[in-house]
Design a protein around this ligand. Sequence first.
Ligand code: XIL
Length: 302
Amino acid sequence: ADTLGAAAAEKGRYFGAAVAANHLGESPYTTTLDREFNSVTPENEMKWDAVEPSRGTFLFSRADQIVDHARSKGMKVRGHTLVWHSQLPSWVSGLGASELRSAMNNHITQVMTHYKGRIHSWDVVNEAFQDGGSGARRNSPFQTKVGNGFIEEAFRTARAADPNAKLCYNDYNTDGVNAKSNAVYAMVKDFTSRGVPIDCVGFQSHFNPNSPVPSDYRANLQRFADLGVDVQITELDIEGSGQAQATDYGNVTKACLAVTRCTGITVWGIPDKYSWRSSGTPLLFDDNYNKKPAYDAVLSAL
Ligand code: XIL
């Protein structure tokens, strides 16, 4: 196959990109998206501040643009994200414990119901663990007010809202074996042993010279898969250029393919100029939508 999506599909995987609604009118952007990818993740349009900017007022039009475009082209959609400490409106962080808990459950239910049947996997909870060696939960309104049980409660609410969507926990700096990924691993193991609904773990995989592709990346994906959940590479980007960047991209792709339950890869943007890493060149296409060496490495690894 000669596109990322078609090559991944031959291996039983999807290959996706993060998409911003405001670029869909740019013809080379949409041409590249439609040609190369078979899954999309809205980059910001499904976040809490975008879909429920004030309590009980849901605005889905920007996210709908992406979902409608994707589905009209036969692409699948990843939902990102329901419960996260960032891009969270201040009205949420201002609530007391019991109101926050009901606002969280209502948010999950309303958003998942709106997209019911149209999302293959949802990032139900994003980035709930701290960096560093503690393995502790991150300080957030959900953690401090609802408490340790907020993640479990979010997943149970999500399962009831759309029983056919895969429910994922998603995080960064969990790509190799380390204290943070050990803490996520312990949570997933606990959930699966107690029947808390969880189907997948997302590994954001934002790599740069300070945080390179770990040598035990494949082994880490595999140990999560061995718990009985799918794994997905959800926000891949790798700072760099040329052959070094290409080699890293090829290795990440091979790591996913080596793990039977690694069901797909999403890159966090299409051309370098629209990366959230404003000064970098971490993606597969240059600013003129030319394929970079990293693109060729991914395609030949698939
Ligand atoms: C980023 C977006 O790419 C930016 O446009 C936005 O300003 C901030 O968020 N982890 C995540 C993503 O889960 O939602 C983040 O996306 C990148 C880090």
